[in-house]
Design a protein around this ligand. Structure first.
Ligand SMILES: Cc1cc2nc3c(=O)[nH]c(=O)nc-3n(C[C@H](O)[C@H](O)[C@H](O)COP(=O)(O)OP(=O)(O)OC[C@H]3O[C@@H](n4cnc5c(N)ncnc54)[C@H](O)[C@@H]3O)c2cc1C
Length: 461
């Protein structure tokens, strides 16, 4: 019996394989296709996701195929700004740029290359999982037994269907034409993402990494998707933006954007992550990010449970922590989708007039919601510990205390890092979220007791 079977080797499955591989667990990955999905979907990830890549030792490799985000503006057809996010030049509290633009196939190749460092992770490409039961998967005529089966198998997840888990529909279903291009020559285009709230044709421009540029055009009522995908139509749509001869069209495909969240994220040994658990419209560039947060929250919990130091009930906190966060991001993405997708000219004019009066709204700062309740002390912000003074490498892979002076600690805490700038003591979780903050040694002792009650002594090795 292996520790974890991962079904699906997209960005979420590949990140999970790195996280679990680094923890020394016996993992087997099953992926139906033989190579990374050649068409880009995600184009943006945020600072917290970069921090997950840092944690698996792939920050530099990922940076080589990513470029810092400059911002995102919601504008009208005439260029009036409705909402703006301009990325600061300096690193954010997560220790990285606010976000990065990237080319998904490059990122996936980097994540997969990272997995080859772990002899304890076996990857089966071209191997479709055909049946999933509690504690086992069946692929290519072989039955593999696993303590946990991680469904990273995307929107049509077999693991989700096998677990009998339903999706809640947040009421969003809109086709958009997504056109990915590669610049043949230098062309002056916006350095920030533009969400053009034009009622006659809502559109998005994404300055991806390198010479990749993306446009997205809403499919208007009465338009047929297959007509929209035709090269001549794509050229017409691109023409107001760029000389169509200046770009090579990599693909032009109509996607239906949805807003769906699983009613349950785990049944027994079957656990869902990424698009298998939730899908959202891409207006915030958060779908894959949410999936990577999922597996970052899950990996250390699975490790503690598989090593027998914490009970299986610890895994219940996976959903309690992740679901409220995901639902809030989905709601926000749907709201922004509603703003950009207005096709009623009168409604759009009233909206624009209102923004003209109040000035452009600022999008950013505290956009990311706090985690839901779970393995947190009541003093916790339920947010990531700022990577400002102390770097994550100093914290190690387990629970750590950051304090202004050395303090005594015991398992599950593995380290104490002294930081002159810190006030009191903070316990940081393995996924870098703040477990809790204590202002006195008594408070710290009680907080450590609380931690032990929640996760056990957590000795690893
Ligand atoms: C146009 C567009 C733009 C987007 N932009 C962004 C963005 O900017 N930022 C962002 O964060 N997100 C974005 N997203 C969302 C993002 O692409 C997805 O959330 C992300 O790819 C999901 O990753 P995943 O690993 O969960 O699933 P997937 O990438 O779908 O991977 C699932 C894998 O499982 C495999 N699989 C399925 N069934 C089986 C089986 N039975 N056996 C074996 N293997 C199986 C599949 O072959 C696939 O490789 C965007 C999406 C779209 C469509």
């Amino acid at each position: 019996v292996i520790d974890v079977a991962i079904v699906g080797y997209g960005p979420v499955g590949a990140t999970a394989a790195n996280l679990l591989g680094a923890r020394g667990l016996e993992v087997e990955v099953f992926e139906a296709t033989t190579s990374v999905y050649h068409l880009p979907r995600a184009a943006h990830f945020d600072a917290e996701v970069m921090r997950v890549f840092q944690g698996i030792g792939l920050a530099n490799a990922v940076l080589s195929c990513a470029a810092p985000v400059r911002g995102m503006h919601f504008v009208t057809a005439s260029g009036q700004k409705l909402m703006c996010f301009d990325a600061p030049d300096e690193p954010t509290a997560n220790g990285w740029a606010a976000g990065y633009m990237f080319y998904q196939p490059d990122l996936e190749r980097t994540l997969r290359a990272g997995v080859t460092r772990f002899p304890n992770v076996r990857v089966n490409l071209g191997t479709e999982v055909t049946a999933v039961r509690d504690g086992e998967v069946e692929a290519a005529g072989r039955v593999v037994r696993a303590r946990y089966v991680l469904g990273c198998d995307g929107a049509r997840s077999l693991v989700r269907r096998s677990a009998g888990i339903e999706l809640d529909d947040a009421g969003f279903d809109q086709p958009w034409l997504v056109v990915d291009t590669f610049l043949r020559r230098d062309v002056a285009l916006s350095p920030v993402v533009l969400q053009v709230c034009d009622p006659s044709r809502p559109s998005t421009f994404v300055p991806s990494a390198g010479a990749h540029r993306r446009w997205e055009f809403m499919v208007m009522p009465g338009e047929r998707p297959e007509e929209m995908e035709k090269p001549a139509r794509v050229r017409e749509l691109l023409a107001p933006w760029v000389d169509p001869d200046a770009v090579d069209v990599v693909r032009a495909v109509v996607y239906s954007f949805h807003a769906l969240v699983s009613s349950s994220w785990r049944t027994g040994s079957l656990v869902l992550a990424g698009d298998a658990a939730h899908q959202m419209p891409p207006f915030l560039g958060q779908g894959m990010c949410a999936g990577i947060r999922d597996v970052a929250s899950l990996a250390w919990k699975l490790d503690l449970v598989l090593r027998g130091t914490a009970s299986d009930a610890l895994l219940d906190t996976y959903q309690t922590e992740r679901e409220p966060d995901v639902r809030q991001i989905v709601r926000l993405a749907v709201q922004l989708g509603g703003l950009i997708q207005t096709t009623d000219a009168a409604v759009a004019a009233a909206r624009d007039a209102q923004f003209a009066e109040q000035g452009p709204a600022s999008l950013g700062g505290e956009l990311m919601p706090a985690s839901g309740p779970g393995v947190f002390h009541r003093s916790s912000s339920r947010k990531p510990f700022p990577q400002v003074g102390v770097r994550d490498e100093q914290l190690g892979d387990g629970f750590a205390i950051v304090a202004s002076e050395p303090v005594a600690f015991e398992a599950p805490i593995e380290r104490c890092v002294v930081d002159d700038g810190s006030v009191g003591a903070t316990i940081v979780r393995p996924d870098r979220y703040v477990f809790g903050v204590a202002g006195s040694s008594d408070a710290l002792r009680t907080m450590m007791d609380d931690l032990r009650r929640l996760v056990g002594a957590g000795a690893r090795g």
